[in-house]
Design a protein around this ligand. Structure first.
Ligand SMILES: Cc1cc2nc3c(=O)[nH]c(=O)nc-3n(C[C@H](O)[C@H](O)[C@H](O)COP(=O)(O)OP(=O)(O)OC[C@H]3O[C@@H](n4cnc5c(N)ncnc54)[C@H](O)[C@@H]3O)c2cc1C
Ligand code: SF4
Length: 445
């Protein structure tokens, strides 16, 4: 990992501390009370609200907006947290432009939706700032549940289970909780240590303990957990990374985008983080956008995203694509990596133009070279190691929709590691919550 920093064009302090602070400030500034009231006034409080149907956690959006409008931000926050205990993070990271705000009737009629995400942040931030936790535990049931992985899915499941009175132990392989909220989400979406603060707030429910540096394959097996607990919930995310299959992939300067982003998210001083002069990111999803935008914000001179299909096929939303373009990132479509060139360290990348025939991408033989002293691979994450005995479906743990039950009795799964659903924070939260409800029903007969 560290070797990539030794490549010639990769160095820290391309920008001053003031420039970095400015670049990594909150992407959307929070609303003040007046702005929130004005935004809430635009809502029509639709019956059968389409925004609510589009929300994977089914938050009662018209209800919480009405509560904000009436000046009851705490009630609004409770309405949100009832459905989505990570409503604070989701307000910051949800691609609302493809979810609730895309279908808002004011978007459809006027091209300007009610700013649901920012209103959600207004309400949840108010309550969290007071340190108030709106739920308490039911009487203890005497049942114990093991949750593996402390990302959004695991935290959501743990909270719901604890609320129902079960004792929950979360096993987390990393030394910190939060999963990709802590190690993956772009720094300008989750500022001021919000991910860690949110976990601390969530744990106020009680009944949840977290054991770090432990998990399946990290000192424990699935059968250990089946033996020791009444139920097991797997929320281990996707920690494996696909390879480029391009010549020279092992050269210094070539790195997984998720490792770079994790390092960036954990850096105490972003001016000390090395970045290349000419950065090329391979991929077309959120990870590619985040790696490219953050490289630019760190001071890389030229940043290019190279994607093998056309714009419409990109996993990143149009908003994310425009965000990258507005920060000076160049987007290249219909190209795939062929070779990374340079003596020891990457200097250039050779890309081949592509065409899509019968839905499959193939090279045209025409190539182009782009200067690249740093190359990030953002071509998708995979399940690193499926726990023993579980059925797999499309590279993920096969689960029943709505309940999260796996092929093994007593074992549930949710979030990115499980089949079905988009790989989004809000989907992980919904799946963790729903699996917890099913675990509760199953444990209590
Ligand atoms: C760079 C990047 C940017 C993203 N940006 C956005 C965004 O802006 N908006 C959005 O909605 N979504 C975004 N996503 C997707 C979102 O982060 C994920 O969908 C979400 O975090 C999935 O939650 P999860 O709990 O399933 O998994 P994770 O968040 O991956 O958490 C899994 C946890 O399990 C732990 N773990 C793994 N294996 C084991 C094991 N064997 N034993 C114990 N613990 C283990 C991991 O350390 C981790 O803490 C992004 C993803 C990436 C990679
Ligand atoms: S669709 Fe838009 S206007 Fe209607 S309830 Fe939802 S936010 Fe309000």
């Amino acid at each position: 990992m560290a070797s990539s920093h030794q490549a010639s064009g990769i160095r820290p302090a391309r920008l001053s501390a003031a420039e970095i602070a400015d670049n990594f400030a909150d992407l959307h500034a929070p609303f003040d009370a007046h702005e929130a009231a004005v935004a809430a006034d635009r809502c029509y409080f639709c019956y059968d609200a389409p925004c609510m149907t589009a929300c994977p956690t089914s938050i009662d959006i018209p209800q919480f907006i009405r509560e904000i409008q009436a000046g009851h931000a705490d009630s609004a926050a409770k309405t949100i947290f009832n459905q989505n205990i990570l409503g604070g993070m989701c307000a910051r990271v949800c691609p609302t432009e493809t979810l609730c705000e895309e279908v808002c009737v004011r978007e459809v009629a006027e091209g300007k939706p009610v700013e649901i995400g920012r209103l959600q942040r207004f309400a949840t931030d108010q309550m969290m700032a007071k340190g108030v936790h709106p739920f308490s535990r039911a009487a203890r049931t005497g049942k114990t549940v093991a949750v593996v992985g402390a990302g959004p899915a695991g935290l959501s499941a743990a909270h719901r289970l604890a609320m129902k009175g079960h004792d929950v132990v979360v096993f987390e392989a990393r030394p910190k909780p939060g999963g990709l909220n802590e190690f993956g989400i772009a720094a300008y979406k989750s500022t001021d240590g919000f991910a860690a603060r949110e976990v601390a707030w969530l744990l106020q429910i009680g009944g949840i303990s977290i054991e770090y540096g432990k998990g399946i394959g990290v000192g424990l097996t699935l059968s250990d957990l089946q033996t020791g607990y009444d139920a097991v919930f797997l929320s281990i995310g996707l920690t494996g990374v696909n390879s480029l299959r391009a010549a020279g992939e092992d050269k210094a300067g070539v790195r997984d985008a998720v490792d770079f982003i994790a390092e960036l998210r954990q850096a105490e001083d972003l001016t000390a983080l090395p970045v290349g002069r000419n950065v090329v990111v391979i991929g077309g999803g959120m990870t590619a956008i985040d790696a490219a935008v953050q490289s630019k914000l760190l001071g890389a001179e030229n940043v290019t995203i190279a994607y093998r299909r056309d714009r419409s096929a990109m996993g990143a939303s149009r908003f994310e694509q425009d965000l990258a373009a507005s920060r000076g990132v160049k987007l290249m479509f219909n190209v795939m990596p062929r070779a990374i060139l340079g003596a020891g360290a990457a200097v250039e990348i050779e890309l081949e133009y592509t065409e899509v025939v019968d839905g499959r991408v193939r090279g045209t033989g025409e190539t182009v070279r782009v200067l690249a002293d740093q190359i990030y691979k953002a071509i998708g994450q995979t399940l690193q190691q499926a726990p023993e005995g579980l059925e797999i479906d499309g590279g993920k743990i096969r689960v029943a929709a709505d309940t999260g039950r796996t092929s093994v009795a007593g074992v549930w799964a949710g979030g990115d590691c499980a089949s079905g659903g988009d790989d989004l924070t809000v989907t992980a939260v919904a799946e963790g919550r729903d699996a917890a409800e099913d675990i509760h029903a199953s444990l209590m007969g």
